[in-house]
Ligand binder design. Structure first.
Ligand code: GLN
Length: 309
């Protein structure tokens, strides 16, 4: 069992917060620069729906790359494994999340996996709906079920901030469109992508999302099955092999659990059968993972033996 006491968790949060100024808040999406580096929060949701939390738990943040797990789950449910993996691969990459290089060297501009930006953009291009608005609403409907909160939405400032500056992501789209991997209007794909990256929640919500994946697709609070076991299994496996960008190998060795991070400083973990963790700490390390969040997970691993291995 991991931490059951809020005072114990608070001690670890306070310890991890000490290194806040060793990291750097993301600034390539201008709206993210405003985040306070000292904010740190952690929530752990157990299979019985019980939640233990500490730190600045009411602070919301945008999911950024964590949303890639959610959109992957949606397209796997809508199209099945064969169709999805015909468009996007299953292999990890040693390159940064926004790298374009492998699109040229791999076959026909097929992205290596759905956790890098190219792969996530290809996944976004498959989301169902007549227009961007319907597609975003479709994603939000699923996220609200994962979080048990009908008010979950995206932060428009963050979405616009990325949409107006995201030239590299547009390049990835055009490259894949040239290779026949994606079809459709690139501006619309970019609108849906930046809005799902901007979906806003707090660590309590994120821990619940992590717990749904940990519980093989069953929401621990409502008992409702929200995705098939197979989809949850595939998503958790990608979290192990590719979830922490090109530090996924090191993360597997040091912490040893399925996890997905985002450049806003969020980290979602799903420990199979045991619990979901939601963390938010905006300063990032060189790779782009939350610096304080990583420290906190190291402390949790030391104290509660999180590793599956
Ligand atoms: N929206 C971000 C981007 O495309 C997500 C990246 C991330 O969180 N690593 O750059």
């Amino acid at each position: 069992m991991a931490c059951q006491r809020e005072d114990e968790l608070q001690e670890l949060v306070d310890e991890a917060r000490k290194i806040a100024y060793e990291g750097k808040v993301a600034n390539y999406i201008p709206a993210l620069q405003k985040q306070n580096p000292e904010v740190l929060s952690c929530a752990i949701t157990y299979p019985n729906g019980k939640c233990v939390s500490a730190g600045d738990i009411n602070q919301s943040f945008s999911l950024q790359s964590i949303s890639k797990i959610i959109t992957l789950a949606i397209v796997l449910m809508d199209y099945g494994v064969d169709h999805v993996f015909h468009k996007v691969g299953m292999e990890p990459t040693g390159d940064p999340f926004n790298s374009i290089v492998k699109l040229e060297t791999s076959s026909q501009a097929k992205p290596l996996n759905p956790m890098i930006n190219a792969g996530a953009l290809a996944v976004t291009s498959m989301i169902k709906g007549k227009n961007a608005e319907e597609k975003v609403e479709y994603i939000l409907k699923f996220v609200r079920k994962l979080c048990n909160d009908p008010d979950i939405t995206y932060c428009n400032d963050v979405a616009i901030s990325e949409f107006t500056t995201s030239f590299l992501n547009r390049s990835l789209c055009y490259y894949m469109k040239g290779g026949g991997v994606i079809h459709g209007n690139v501006e619309e794909i970019m609108e849906v992508y930046t809005k799902h990256c901007a979906i806003s929640m707090n660590s309590l919500h994120l821990a619940n999302v992590g717990a749904v994946f940990a519980m093989n697709g069953v929401n621990p609070v409502t008992g409702e099955r929200v995705m098939p076991k197979e989809v949850a299994r595939i998503c958790k496996t990608f979290m192990v092999t590719c979830g922490m960008y090109n530090a996924s190998g090191e993360f597997a060795i040091k912490i040893g659990i399925p996890a997905k991070s985002g450049v806003s400083g969020g980290i979602m973990c799903s420990v199979p059968g045991r619990f979901g963790i939601g963390i938010f700490g905006p300063p990032l390390n060189d790779i782009g993972n939350s610096h304080t969040g990583m420290k906190l997970l190291e402390l949790l691993q030391e104290k509660y033996d999180l590793s599956m291995f």
